[in-house]
Design a protein around this ligand. Structure first.
Ligand SMILES: Cc1ncc(COP(=O)(O)O)c(C=O)c1O
Length: 370
């Protein structure tokens, strides 16, 4: 039989060293494993929207008909037009993606290669690590301060070979947050030939007093790329739509190297509808805030240490997280162990509905007592 092992294929060493992305366990998989109906499972593992999607997006999908023989619009004109109007930014600044992960991967493709390095903080989103690894560039991981980004240390880490800086605000998996003022100072101090990718997957959840106008920074800083997503507050994770915002020459570069037809037709239509459903967005944020408060109170009563979060999940210290996770799974509750991030004592739990959060907290109490 033909030897198709990776050694026989003579893979480049950096590709051989890639690790698979570890998603949250699917509901159906756990239901099969423990022999229960999928409806009884509580999944708080992937920072999804517990309210589902907006009715406006649902209506568009229901109404879309079944004809999908033609390719979607490669330029995503309707989506870019809607984003342009919603955020008052010219369409030439926009880069559509199959989720924002796609756009942050494009930045790695564009700016990294063996011999260069990417700078990012300890406990950064796993997709940053994987995107860098795929290019063969090296990783300059800057130690975190209080589980968040140490911006001064990140500046000090930049060198002649730095090709890209990744920074998520709020950050995943810690829920950490850097103020707009500190972030603006940081971006201003990064030399303009080094692109900075500011990942704002969770920015809609920020309270009003924590918000900042990163799109105004994009107009000032030619090396800034802001990415956002429809997967979280807009409730469309299953459709995969995100986008980047950068000055036109940078946006054009990223658009040039992105895969063709990167957003499907249904996804584009639903995203446009969701974008304009501000009531749903407000409800999502309010529900999320309630969920975090419910978890904080529950963790306090269990005597558990946790990090106050600026996103739609919370990191809680449970001791042997792998063992606690196994006990939660047996009770039909899926959360996310974060050992892969170097946090083996912690679980990341997404804020769900009040009932889901209560189930999770009760299961956690049982798991910790057992
Ligand atoms: C920090 C961060 N950025 C980006 C993403 C990816 O989102 P998308 O679904 O848009 O690819 C996630 C998803 O969990 C995330 O946590």
């Amino acid at each position: 039989m033909r030897d198709t092992s990776e050694t026989a294929l003579r893979l480049p060493a950096h590709i051989h060293a890639t690790k698979p992305y570890q998603p949250g366990k699917p509901i159906d998989a756990l239901a099969r494993e423990i022999g229960v109906e999928p409806e009884t499972i509580v999944k708080l593992a992937s920072n999804e929207n517990p309210l589902g999607m907006s009715d406006a997006a649902r209506a568009v999908l229901m109404d879309a008909g079944t004809e999908l023989a033609r390719y979607p619009d490669n330029d995503c004109h309707a989506l870019l037009d809607a984003l342009s109007r919603r955020f008052d930014v010219p369409a030439g600044y926009l880069v559509p993606g199959n989720g924002s992960e796609c756009v942050l991967g494009l930045a790695a493709t564009a700016f990294l290669e063996p011999g260069r390095n990417a700078v990012y903080a300890q406990y950064s989103f796993q997709a940053f690590v994987n995107a860098v690894q795929r290019t063969g560039a090296s990783h300059k991981v800057v130690p975190a301060r209080n589980h968040g980004c140490d911006l001064d240390a990140m500046l000090a880490a930049l060198d002649d070979n730095t090709g890209l800086v990744y920074l998520a605000n709020p950050g995943n998996p810690t829920g950490s947050f850097v103020s707009g003022a500190a972030l603006e100072r940081f971006i201003a101090e990064v030399p303009s030939h080094i692109p900075v990718l500011l990942d704002e997957a969770y920015s809609e959840y920020l309270p009003l007093d924590g918000r900042y106008d990163s799109l105004a920074w994009v107009r000032r800083f030619p090396n800034l790329i802001v990415t956002r997503t429809f997967s979280k507050a807009y409730g469309l994770a299953g459709l995969r739509v995100g986008y980047g915002v950068a000055q036109p020459s940078l946006a054009a570069l990223l658009n040039r190297i992105r895969p063709a037809f990167v957003v499907t037709e249904l996804a584009e239509r639903a995203a446009v509808a969701a974008l304009n459903d501000e009531a749903f967005l407000a409800r999502s944020c309010a529900e999320n805030h309630k969920g975090l408060v419910q978890f904080y109170a529950g963790f306090d009563s269990l005597g558990l240490h946790y990090l106050r979060s600026h996103a739609n999940f919370v990191l809680v210290r449970v001791g042997d997280a792998a063992a606690v996770n196994a006990k939660l799974l047996r009770q039909g509750v899926i959360v996310r162990p974060v050992g892969v991030y170097g946090l083996p004592e912690w679980l990341r739990i997404s804020a769900g509905t009040e009932a889901e959060n209560a189930r999770c907290l009760a299961a956690l109490r049982t798991a910790l007592e057992a």
